[in-house]
Design a protein around this ligand. Structure first.
Ligand SMILES: Cc1ncc(COP(=O)(O)O)c(C=O)c1O
Length: 441
């Protein structure tokens, strides 16, 4: 054993040399993307490189070659390996705090079903409040309706300003909603907070909001962070939520579909009594074990986390480097578009991640959600641009304001030309005097 330069007796280990991925290798990894489309919407469905798809295929074939051997000898250690890597990535204290599920939608069902049982079994009183953001994801709102409201919870929505200029604007609305939830002597039992809202897209100051929840006696906090891993900072011990979910198929290069659901062990070491909505043989053995077998199906997306970690480590700075460059790229492209169209971003750069909202020219006449969707379809069909569009109704007294915002994403495969294509398509529409009224249903 050598003595190191710092005088310690830790054995010197040679770090394996990693060769950084080259631009042409990145292109090859995403060569299956439709080259005719400027794909600036990584946020909706993510992306998966060829090397990880190949690993997934190997795993599928291993199952098909000898299913019984795969089931009895390979599946559970492989899921355990993925859970262990996720635990490290998100800095969870215990391995059993991490379960792997299909997606954030499933994770939300698990948490909200748990809340429903708490209402039904009397741990929560009828009429006690459950808080969520007005911009909560549509499927999660439905889950709230299906589980919580139906079981007797009073759902309070936190209205959020958009465009938004500071975290304080969000924090102030959140405090007001908490007061509403607590009126008439009711308790706020659960707060559902997005980490990165979907539409419009803004990074929410979750740590601060959770701190407020703790001070105000909210029983539980669930963070819906469908976009977060690979896109914003994810540290379970720092964030301090009771439940937290993120997909790995959006910004962590896994194939569809895989998400983790973190459920904090309480200080006494016991776990929440969470259950997978699909009940199988492992019912009652803890959520992580229940989720690892929910009947015969394709588990391969859950087994390629090691390859996804290897993939991100081929980039300078690993996932942190990717995240930083994507953020810088999306802000630069967002500002370029806003300048070209005479509009603005939907939030300051420090409130966005690898996605940002960009105001679209008011002359496009986006007057409803339906107009926003039709314009998105038109951009796809006529210009080969894939980008979601948000309709923001004018507030009282506002005339000629921006009513449509595009949510642009930036991922490692994107090129400046993708955004120029979008810019030029919109400029052409404006020059032609186009309005959304021209588009048929
Ligand atoms: C905030 C939020 N929650 C939940 C989801 C659902 O994710 P999935 O479709 O992977 O379940 C999304 C998807 O975009 C989302 O943005």
């Amino acid at each position: 054993m050598d003595e190191n330069s710092n005088g310690s007796h830790i054995p010197k280990t040679k770090k394996p040399k990693i060769t950084l991925i080259t631009p042409s290798q990145i292109q090859a990894e995403f060569a299956h993307h439709d080259a005719s489309v400027a794909r600036i919407n990584n946020g909706s469905f993510g992306s998966c490189p060829a090397s990880i798809l190949a690993a997934q295929r190997r795993s599928q074939l291993a199952f098909l070659r000898h299913p019984d051997h795969f089931y009895f000898n390979q599946l559970s250690p492989a899921i355990l390996r993925s859970r262990t890597l996720i635990q490290r990535l998100v800095n969870a204290h215990h391995l059993d705090e991490i379960s792997i599920v299909d997606n954030a939608t499933t994770a939300a069902s698990i948490v909200l079903q748990h809340a429903a049982w708490s209402f039904r079994e009397g741990r929560f009183r009828q009429g006690d409040a459950v808080l969520m953001l007005h911009y909560a994801y549509g499927a999660v709102k439905k889950s709230m309706e299906a589980y919580v409201a139906r079981a007797g919870g009073y759902v309070v929505e936190v209205p959020l300003p958009f465009p938004v200029n500071s975290n304080e604007e969000i924090i102030s609305e959140f405090r007001k909603a908490l007061e509403r939830g607590k009126s008439n002597g009711k308790r706020v039992r659960l707060a559902v907070i997005d980490h990165v809202t979907s539409m419009p897209c803004v990074v929410i100051p979750v740590k601060e909001l959770i701190q407020i929840c703790r001070e105000e006696g909210v029983d539980q906090v669930f963070v819906d962070a469908a976009h977060s891993i690979g896109c914003t900072d994810v540290d379970m011990q720092e964030i301090g939520a009771d439940f937290y979910t993120s997909n790995l198929h959006k910004w962590f290069f896994c194939p569809p579909s895989i998400a983790f659901l973190y459920a904090r062990r309480n200080p006494k070491g016991s776990a929440f009594d969470l259950h997978h909505p699909v009940v199988s043989h492992e019912y009652g053995n803890g959520l992580a074990v229940e989720s690892a077998w929910i009947g015969t199906r394709d588990y391969s997306a859950q087994l390629v986390v090691p390859e996804a970690v290897e993939f991100v480590n081929r980039f300078e700075g690993g996932i942190e480097g990717i995240k930083k460059r994507n953020h810088e790229g999306v802000v630069e492209m967002g500002e370029m578009l806003a300048k070209a169209w005479g509009t603005h971003l939907g939030c300051p750069p420090h409130m966005c991640c690898s996605m940002v909202m960009v105001g679209m020219p008011a002359s496009l006449g986006i007057e409803s959600d339906s107009d926003a969707l039709k314009l998105r379809t038109h951009l796809r069909d006529a210009f080969g641009v894939e980008v979601p569009i948000y309709y923001r109704p004018p507030q009282e007294g506002e005339v000629g304001v921006v009513t449509g915002y595009a949510r642009i994403s930036y991922q490692v495969y994107n090129k400046v030309d993708d955004y120029y294509k979008f810019r030029d398509a919109v400029n052409q529409l404006v020059q032609n005097g186009f309005t959304c009224g021209e588009l048929s249903d």
